[in-house]
Design a protein around this ligand. Sequence first.
Ligand SMILES: *[C@@H]1O[C@H](CO)[C@@H](O)[C@H](O)[C@H]1NC(C)=O
Ligand SMILES: *[C@@H]1O[C@H](CO)[C@@H](O)[C@H](O)[C@H]1NC(C)=O
Ligand SMILES: *[C@@H]1O[C@H](CO)[C@@H](O)[C@H](O)[C@H]1NC(C)=O
Ligand SMILES: *[C@@H]1O[C@H](CO)[C@@H](O)[C@H](O)[C@H]1NC(C)=O
Length: 491
Amino acid sequence: MARLWCYFFFTTLLFQQLRFCICWGKQEQVPTPPLPVLPLPTYSQLKWQQREIIMFLHFGVNTFSDREWGTGHENPAIFNPTRLNTTQWATVAAEAGISLMILTAKHHDGFCLWPSKYTQHSVISSPWQGGKGDVVQEFVNAATAQGIDVGIYLSPWDRHDSRYGHDLLYNEYYLAQLQELLNKYENVREIWFDGAKDPKTQNVSYYFQDWFSMVKELQSSINIFSDAGPDVRWVGDEKGSAGYTCWSTINRTSLSIGSPDITQYINTGDPKGTDWLPAECDVSIRTGWFWHKSESPKKLSDLLDIYYSSVGRNCVLLLNVPPNTTGLISDIDAHRLKEFRSAINTIFNQNLAEGCYVKVSSQRGGNEGGFGPENMLDSDHLWSYWAPSEQGDEKDHWIEIWANDGTLRFNVIRIQEAIGLGQRIKRHEIYVDGQVIIQGTTVGYKRLHRLDGDVRARVVRIRIRESRGVPLVSSIGLHFDPFWHSKFTVT
Ligand SMILES: *[C@@H]1O[C@H](CO)[C@@H](O)[C@H](O)[C@H]1NC(C)=O
Ligand SMILES: *[C@@H]1O[C@H](CO)[C@@H](O)[C@H](O)[C@H]1NC(C)=O
Ligand SMILES: *[C@@H]1O[C@H](CO)[C@@H](O)[C@H](O)[C@H]1NC(C)=O
Ligand SMILES: *[C@@H]1O[C@H](CO)[C@@H](O)[C@H](O)[C@H]1NC(C)=O
């Protein structure tokens, strides 16, 4: 009897222990992040996306000949900036909050801003610094000194070099220059390729695969830009305007560099795309890419329109600010750029949603799961996010922003996805006090909706109607843009 009792006692104890272990284990299980929805960005692509605005600098013989496309027959002696100061360029960029500057090391005219050993058509043959200068080196030094990263454009089309038109010889020449640049100048973060060719010799081939492989071999953290990536794609126009729907995903195999047929596809991307290839919107602060005495910078309101249709549509803005013949960025351009940055800060430094009560349809792991609405109001716009529950078949995912007292006055709505886990949202709607005011599509890293006139509201609801997997929202904002005067259109 005692033995039986003892047996019973120990079995019960064991069972209790086991139960305790199971429960204890359960209590300690912190909810995990959800699985990603492929494809995903690379580390370098994520860093690039967060830059938001990049500066392009078109500088070379065209600056002095007052042309956009040089002929290739320019006398190198015309390249003579009297007070070239790359520190001034970098200071202008730094004051505009820009973290990457891309310089035209060579444009279509073939003139090289660094002393290439493969050609005489460069700074070597110019009077600038007695032919001993190196603009690319000075540019890299000045940017680096201010903590700004550098990028390079090396035009494939070369109207000067006699090898152009002989495929093997020219591709070898081009590749030699790429090696020269990427060996000499370190930490190049972006390299820019276009597919431009001489209209008369469209039969020339650029050996992009050889070039891209060499680039990646020499600098592993670099992003390669072209119509077809592989890291960053062109947006398909030079107006700084992405598609209203803009996916960072696309099928790379459908893209061929320089083909006019792809401009629509690259403008919007592809929700079914198998490659992560986000778009960059290149546009100049002036009419032309090179500095011309007769041109002046765009108005602030135009720059803000561009910001909303590029950065506000999940893209990065590549804004060209060309140095003048003195070798400096003109004061009016520098001033406009500063105004632009200051306007962006004015609009976005204050987030009215921060003082609000934010309610969500559900949250992963329950109230203490770590995926609550507060994650949309912190400063981490990548890895801290609201995730709805994946349990049950709840498909109606929404966020509500309630004014704590009185009404909210705003005219910009900002939504950001946690793109580190893939771009997901296909369609969303925005309601103001119960009324639909926006029928939106993609969100991506950042979506800005500029509203028609001021809105006064007690509650704003963001409803996600369709997404690839559950939506993950990293940040939301309600802002007031005092520079925006209603044009009776919603952008
Ligand atoms: C170059 O520009 C910087 C920044 O504007 C300025 O501080 C510096 O004095 C300039 N250098 C020369 C040699 O003019
Ligand atoms: C391209 O066409 C031109 C004119 O027909 C010819 O002279 C040249 O050799 C061709 N180049 C290549 C790379 O095929
Ligand atoms: C892109 O590729 C995916 C997967 O192969 C395919 O389903 C989709 O239709 C492609 N997109 C286009 C526009 O062809
Ligand atoms: C270039 O810009 C600098 C700085 O604003 C200015 O001092 C200089 O006069 C400009 N050069 C020309 C040719 O306009």
